[in-house]
Design a protein around this ligand. Structure first.
Ligand code: ADP
Length: 162
């Protein structure tokens, strides 16, 4: 059984993430979405909220898709999940340098696990969680970038924060 891990912060989950998950799920028998604690990014949503958000968004997805939190080295997490593949999405040039470096270092840490990149869908290329949060904070519409349920989560967060 081929298991893949798709790691991320998902703060919040966007249509870009969902597209990578949908396409990535076809490449493996089981896809484990790893939600990182990532306190260095001081996320808008807590780990528990992000886990619930990701679980809700992938609930109706075809194929075996699991959602698991992790707070460790990615390669250790992937190994513990029995994965042989790490899935990442690649947007234009912005992601390349960071992803290239991380994949290279991860390969040095564990060469039994391969990092596989899927090109972001052309129409979803510009979507980034960071910009979604910024647009929403300034009162802009984010419904082209996230699902209605995620847009409601962000609106609720901002409403409570005011
Ligand atoms: P991280 O903190 O690991 O970068 P993110 O949640 O920001 O977590 O992203 C997780 C993965 O999803 C990364 O591989 C990122 O490149 C990818 N990704 C983010 N946005 C998009 C998008 N619009 N299209 C395709 N891939 C994306």
């Amino acid at each position: 059984m081929r298991i893949g891990v798709y790691p991320g912060t998902f703060d919040p989950m966007t249509l870009g993430h969902l597209d990578i998950i949908r396409r990535g799920a076809h490449l493996v028998d089981k896809l484990v979405i790893g939600v990182t604690t990532n306190p260095s990014k001081s996320p808008m949503f807590s780990l528990a909220e992000r886990l619930a958000m990701v679980r809700r968004e992938v609930a109706d997805m075809a194929g075996e898709v699991g959602v698991v939190e992790f707070d460790s080295l990615l390669m250790d997490f992937a190994e513990a999940q029995g994965a042989t593949l790490i899935l990442r999405g690649l947007r234009a040039v912005a992601d390349f340098e960071y992803e290239y470096q991380m994949a290279g270092m991860n390969q040095q840490l564990n060469d039994r696990i391969e990092t596989v990149f899927l090109m972001a869908d052309v129409s979803l290329q510009p979507i980034a969680s960071r910009l979604v949060k910024e647009i929403a904070r300034y009162g802009g519409r984010i419904d082209k970038f996230v699902t209605p349920a995620v847009a409601a989560d962000v609106a609720q967060y901002l409403g409570a924060a005011r």
